[in-house]
Design a protein around this ligand. Structure first.
Ligand code: NAD
Ligand code: GLY
Length: 362
């Protein structure tokens, strides 16, 4: 079967790679064959996704030798121990440096499979086959891989770019609505940090997006990947502009780790985190009231949380202090000057931060 696809490129010189977007991509043997060059392929998936999509992917990969390893499902399993299990399978099957690791699943599977590929024999080829909206618009692109530590989210990891991203939009038909909404939080992020018109578009098409309408989803996946690819091409290792992709994440990661991994979906925590970042921007005098209200209204309209009931400001601050963006003891935040314009700063007053936490917590 051959799929109708849209292809973008992440421009990284010799390490450039395609993002192939389309319905049925993972069943298209010719296309999959062009993107996965290795003879030995370890498919990393989980117990939820594999029953849905593993068999058709394995037949598209023939005549390669494919071995599948199925991880337990959930953010609470995104640990070094689980990555060690993936490495054990590579060793047990005598996979050499010319093998490929292919992640079939959401961001949790993708982050762990990518990290295993980054460290096995100091780095083997890696292909992303994201099956959640969040992974198709964000986590599968850009080469961040890793796992959580009980002390903080994504504290252990490596940059390891994939050789290709195969985003099969047909897989979204089986995604639970709550997971779809979580993905929409990361989509909204691109509008907020980079493209006010895209924010307007999401605002105008919220109902179609929430209903999972394929053409609306195809549009946001393409536009999100375009923005992310451009940012990663400019700043692969997050020395500058890439940090903007963390809008809402300092608050969000702290919510996830303080609550216990798996209680909040990552996208839900990012949604609440973006509400806090917008409030903090307003309270500091950088963002106007009208923009704040639009941001909060759209987050709520997408049925994402803007408040965290069972956390105190002190508990959240404690977890925020271990974020990767803390520099010289100061928590750096991504804040907004307008919808579509963001900046990173550690130069803010404590009083607006306190007012923000009081407004959104407890
Ligand atoms: P996830 O991987 O946990 O997937 C969500 C749920 O949907 C899981 O239960 C999964 O089994 C299920 N699922 C996946 N595809 C499905 C399908 N097609 N049909 C039915 N069920 C399906 O969560 P996620 O939101 O995809 O990813 C979140 C993770 O991504 C977090 O760990 C976050 O830290 C990470 N992340 C990484 C980056 C990065 O740049 N590396 C960026 C953003 C987020
Ligand atoms: N999701 C943040 C990044 O890829 O940089």
């Amino acid at each position: 079967m051959s799929a109708t696809v849209d292809t973008l490129t992440v421009e990284l010189g010799a390490r450039s790679y395609p993002i192939v977007i389309g319905a049925g991509v993972l069943c298209d043997a010719a296309l999959v064959g062009r993107c996965v060059r290795a003879r030995d392929v370890l498919i990393v998936s989980n117990t939820t996704v594999a029953p849905l999509y593993l068999e058709s992917l394995q037949s598209a990969l023939r005549p390669r030798r494919t071995i599948a390893t199925l991880l337990p499902d959930g953010e609470s399993h995104k640990t070094l121990d689980t990555v060690a299990r993936i490495v054990d399978v590579l060793v047990a099957n005598r996979f050499g440096r010319d093998c490929a690791v292919l992640a079939l699943g959401g961001g949790v599977v993708g982050d762990m499979a990518g990290f295993a590929a980054a460290i096995y024999q100091r780095g083997v080829s890696f292909v992303q086959a994201p099956t959640t909206l969040l992974a198709q618009v964000d986590s599968a692109v850009g080469g961040k891989t890793g796992v959580n530590h009980p002390g903080g989210k994504n504290l252990i990891g490596a940059f390891h770019q994939p050789a290709a991203v195969l985003a099969d939009t047909a897989t979204l038909s089986t995604l639970p609505p709550r997971e779809l909404r979580a993905g929409l939080a990361e989509v909204l992020k691109y509008g907020l940090i980079h493209d006010g018109k895209f924010f307007d578009w999401i605002e105008g098409h919220a109902a179609a997006l929430l209903a999972g309408e394929p053409s609306a989803l195809a549009h946001i996946i393409r536009r999100s990947c375009e923005i992310k690819a451009a940012i990663v091409a400019q700043d692969e290792r997050e020395h500058a502009e890439r940090a903007l992709l963390n809008l809402g994440h300092t608050f969000g990661h702290a919510i996830e780790s303080a609550a216990g991994y798996g209680r909040w979906l990552h996208g839900e925590a990012v949604g609440a985190g973006m509400a806090m970042a917008a409030r903090m921007s307003f309270e500091s005098g950088w963002l106007g009231r009208t923009d704040l209200d639009r941001v909060l209204r759209l987050i709520e309209h997408l049925d994402l949380p803007t408040r965290v009931a069972d956390l105190t400001p002190e508990a959240l601050l404690q977890h925020m202090r271990i974020d990767k963006k803390v520099l010289e003891g100061r928590i750096r935040l991504v804040l907004l000057r307008a919808i579509g314009t963001a900046f990173v700063t550690a130069e803010y007053d404590e009083a607006p931060l306190r007012r923000t936490l009081d407004a959104h917590l407890g």
